[in-house]
Design a protein around this ligand. Sequence first.
Ligand SMILES: CC(C)(COP(=O)(O)OP(=O)(O)OC[C@H]1O[C@@H](n2cnc3c(N)ncnc32)[C@H](O)[C@@H]1OP(=O)(O)O)[C@@H](O)C(=O)NCCC(=O)NCCS
Length: 191
Amino acid sequence: MTADDRLSGPPAPEGRPRISLRPAWPGDAVLLQSWRKEASVKRFQPLAAASVAQLRAELSSHTPRDLYRSVGDKFQWLVLVDGEPAGWITLVVTNWDHGLAEVGYALSTAYQRRGVMPEAITLLLADLFLNTRLERIEARCTVDNDASQRVLERVGFAREGRLRKYFVLGGRRVDNYLYAVLREDFAPRPE
Ligand SMILES: CC(C)(COP(=O)(O)OP(=O)(O)OC[C@H]1O[C@@H](n2cnc3c(N)ncnc32)[C@H](O)[C@@H]1OP(=O)(O)O)[C@@H](O)C(=O)NCCC(=O)NCCS
């Protein structure tokens, strides 16, 4: 892990925080576990209980640079706000042959509603479409998660359908929306 692995945009305008991403490493397991327990983080997504040891083992099994060699299936980044850890983004590659992946994300409660995640996802998409063979990035969120839908639409995802009774949340099955962004949606090619 070097400074080169960090993803960041141009300097933030006056008064705005600087958003960047860096690959998550095993030492982040404690932080991830504490965020996963926050009520606002769990509200719209079924996060299974995981021990620090389990999270650390999972993070140890990822090699961030594999992403750029088209191998591996799960990658995680920490979202940094002015250099401080604020949340995380997970990318699961479902099929390298077809360039398919799915993204998931969350911010710690204190960093929500500050316009952080749209910027963080935009940084990641720019990197993925520039430096990997991925062609289609999907995301799912519950139909009640207005903030997540706003984020996805703002960064260029299109809503493609409704996944009925997709998962169990708070003891009941809930519908999800399926979103996706294609390489050409994000960076339209000249005619
Ligand atoms: C969903 C989440 C990633 C949004 O990121 P964010 O950086 O807080 O989003 P923003 O501050 O850019 O807000 C996006 C929009 O949603 C609105 N919004 C944010 N939080 C909201 C909330 N709790 N309820 C309703 N609207 C909300 C904002 O006002 C903004 O509206 P606008 O488009 O009119 O400006 C973040 O709130 C979060 O981590 N939530 C908990 C985990 C989660 O739900 N993850 C997604 C699972 S699919």
